[in-house]
Design a protein around this ligand. Structure first.
Ligand code: PNS
Length: 166
């Protein structure tokens, strides 16, 4: 059986993430979605909420499970018996950001990272932008799986799109 890890902050999971996980699942038997801490970002949602939202978003995808990553991604990959890390790229900026992490993970445990190009129709979606749009009263329901928009708005303390004051 072939297993890959799709890691990320998933703060929150977006339709872009779901697309990448589905693409990864098309070439491995099992995908473990690992919800990790990115020490260069400060998360809006607690990890257990991010895990719960990702589980809900991916519940209908066969051969996918979602787990928190307690420490190093490289150790997690080894612990779950995965062959590779799979990450999605939207463009060159993602490649530049991902390359040092891929090299470090290979240095640590020899794990390889495989990059997949996500759907161009979703290339404008990033968790950071989703939060920013929601923070200022914009519509995010068509950027994230069902249930996620509400969780984000609650965490931000903002109401539904269209109801904001200046
Ligand atoms: O969605 P992101 O924020 O781009 O994902 C980055 C993430 C969470 C995968 C990365 O920060 C990570 O692997 N964190 C776990 C701790 C770790 O292994 N750090 C060293 C990375 S080389």
């Amino acid at each position: 059986m072939t297993t890959a890890v799709c890691p990320g902050s998933f703060d929150p999971i977006t339709l872009g993430h779901v697309d990448v996980v589905r693409r990864a699942r098309s070439f491995v038997d099992e995908v473990v979605v690992g919800v990790a801490r990115n020490s260069s970002k400060s998360a809006l949602l607690p990890v257990e909420v991010r895990v719960a939202l990702a589980r809900e978003a991916l519940a209908d995808v066969d051969g996918v499970r979602v787990e928190p990553i307690p420490g190093l991604l490289a150790d997690f990959v080894r612990d779950v018996g995965a062959t590779a890390v799979v990450k999605g790229l939207r463009g060159g900026a993602d490649f530049d950001a991902e390359t040092p992490m891929a090299l470090m993970n290979r240095h640590l445990t020899g794990v390889e990272t495989v990059f997949v190009i996500g759907s161009t129709a979703l290339a404008h979606i990033a968790s950071s932008l989703v939060k920013d749009v929601a923070r200022f009263g914009g519509q995010i329901d068509d950027l994230v799986p069902p249930g996620v928009a509400r969780a984000v708005r609650e965490a931000l303390g903002v109401g539904p799109a269209g109801g904001g004051d200046v």
